[in-house]
Design a protein around this ligand. Structure first.
Ligand SMILES: Cc1cc2nc3c(=O)[nH]c(=O)nc-3n(C[C@H](O)[C@H](O)[C@H](O)COP(=O)(O)OP(=O)(O)OC[C@H]3O[C@@H](n4cnc5c(N)ncnc54)[C@H](O)[C@@H]3O)c2cc1C
Length: 452
């Protein structure tokens, strides 16, 4: 059995396996520090503690969960401002956790999607049909072009080649750019000019539906955090590692341990804000540099009443400037509350992060008024994310940037000696950018410590 199969089985058996190891094996004499109380840090810490290690989790924020962040600012409507979906419930370890603990999930259907043109009108039947045809042709073209590649190029290069070869009207061009933005750039949180074409589709997926947590994703986080020694507001600044063990300096304290699991987001690793001594190996530094940290932001608007259709789960907008306010989740579909959640990714998301809340809301309303009329009400309240500006994330999730390879994830994941271990979504070659990828990476790091 290879390591990947082993991890999948551990994940599927979940707590049962962890508990039986604890029953079988004595308490260990080793102390493990885990840097970061996101899902990867918590899955590593939870597992190691069950296996008998003394574990302390150091978290910079005043809350746990990291990029799983359920806002309870609106008490009647918990909102996931980081991850929302379990992508693919079949055999997914996060689904297993939800199911075993009776946490409610709701199926979502991306095809239940109404799309509006730049003039604000919903597409006609024939326009929907032609958009479907365009999507099919674009996918075919891209996959064929990727198969013929000897060297990597950006996704944008492939799209530009397509534009040069085909006779495309301005309307078709706008539709193609809308589809590339909403289907690919939102998913990878990156601009097509930065996305590796060769490794675009390298990851793996679980099958089955995608689901959301009406009561909040943090229920999974709280489950894993139970019984752990988590120290909040501990901003790790220095990690010294060597034969004698590990010494970590935070803004408040100094900690000694035998081993450490580093789950810092790729954006934080890129920033150099946490110093490693001795410095990380060249291969790991290259991986940190080569992989991309993408950006997806959310704008949640709460209205006095619902003025948009109840039927669709998603609302799309083919804007004149591609990518501006292109995707909306109809939260009312799931929670019966007059809330819309807008998504912006990559370049436009970076642009809006420098705007004030008021400017962002005005921008969003400009689009919604095109779609639903000038007389719709202003929102009474809003919640807005700025993941790139967040010092403990510095972006939303990793992607295969032009210049990176799938091995870059393995290099990021590789332990350094027998003291320093790495987890986090970006260390997952198969499932980067996801909650389940991060969770499985924590199990992998725990297993590496067990084997070390
Ligand atoms: C807007 C958005 C939407 C998403 N949507 C989905 C989705 O629908 N489905 C899905 O599967 N995935 C989604 N993701 C991705 C998913 O949230 C992440 O892959 C996953 O949560 C990452 O977990 P992690 O443990 O690797 O990192 P994190 O959750 O970021 O954990 C790392 C922790 O380290 C802490 N930290 C940082 N710096 C320091 C420091 N110096 N000292 C101490 N602690 C530090 C951070 O505060 C954080 O708590 C989304 C992400 C975002 C941002």
């Amino acid at each position: 059995m290879n390591r990947r199969d082993f991890l999948k089985i551990i994940a599927l058996l979940g707590n049962t396996v962890a508990a039986s190891r604890c029953d079988i094996f004595d308490e260990k004499n080793e102390t493990i520090l885990v840097v970061g109380a996101g899902i990867s840090g918590l899955s590593a810490a939870h597992t190691l503690q069950k296996w008998g290690y003394k574990v302390i989790v150091l978290e910079a924020r005043s809350r746990i969960g990291g990029r799983i962040w359920t806002s309870r600012e609106w008490a009647d409507a918990p909102l996931d401002l980081g991850a929302s979906w379990i992508h693919g419930i079949r055999n997914n370890p996060i689904s297993k956790l939800a199911k075993d603990n009776q946490i409610e999930v709701l199926e979502t259907d991306y095809d239940n999607h109404w799309i509006y043109g730049a003039d604000g009108n919903e597409l006609s039947d024939s326009e929907y049909e032609s958009l479907d045809d365009i999507l099919y042709s674009v996918q075919e073209y891209i996959f064929e072009a990727i198969e013929e590649l000897d060297n990597d190029v950006s996704l944008q290069t492939i799209v530009e080649n397509a534009f040069a070869e085909a006779d495309i009207s301005p309307a078709e061009r706008a539709s193609i750019l809308y589809l590339i933005n909403s289907v690919i750039e939102h998913d990878y949180a990156a601009d097509s000019k930065d996305l590796s074409a060769l490794y675009l589709d390298e990851g793996e997926e679980f099958g089955g539906e995608d689901v959301i947590f009406p009561g909040g994703y943090d229920q999974i986080i709280n489950l894993l955090a139970e019984g752990l020694d988590i120290r909040l507001d501990e901003v790790v600044q220095n990690v010294e590692h060597g034969n004698q063990g590990v010494s970590i300096t935070t803004n408040q304290n100094k900690y000694q341990a035998d081993k450490v699991v580093i789950t810092l987001p790729l954006g934080v690793l890129k920033s150099g804000n946490v110093l490693f001594s001795p410095a990380l190996p060249k291969e790991k530094q290259n991986a940190i540099h080569n992989l991309g940290m993408g950006l997806l932001d959310k704008v949640c608007l709460r209205f006095p009443n619902k003025f948009w259709p109840q039927g669709p789960e998603l609302l799309g907008f083919i804007s004149e400037n591609t990518g501006e306010w292109a995707e909306w989740l109809n939260v009312a579909f799931y929670k019966k509350m007059p809330i819309l959640m807008g998504f912006n990714a990559a370049a436009f998301a970076h642009q809006t992060e420098s705007w004030s809340d008021q400017q962002i809301v005005e921008g969003a309303m400009g689009t919604l008024r095109k779609m639903f009329g000038a007389d719709i009400p202003d929102p009474g309240a809003w919640q807005i994310t700025r993941w790139a500006a967040d010092p403990y994330a510095l972006g939303s999730y990793s992607y295969n940037k032009l210049g990176a390879t799938p091995e870059s994830h393995d290099e990021l994941a590789a332990p350094v000696g027998t003291r320093l271990f790495f987890a986090g979504e970006a260390t997952s070659r198969e499932y980067n950018a996801t909650v389940h990828g991060a969770y499985l990476s924590g199990l992998r790091a725990a297993e590496e410590i067990w084997d070390a």
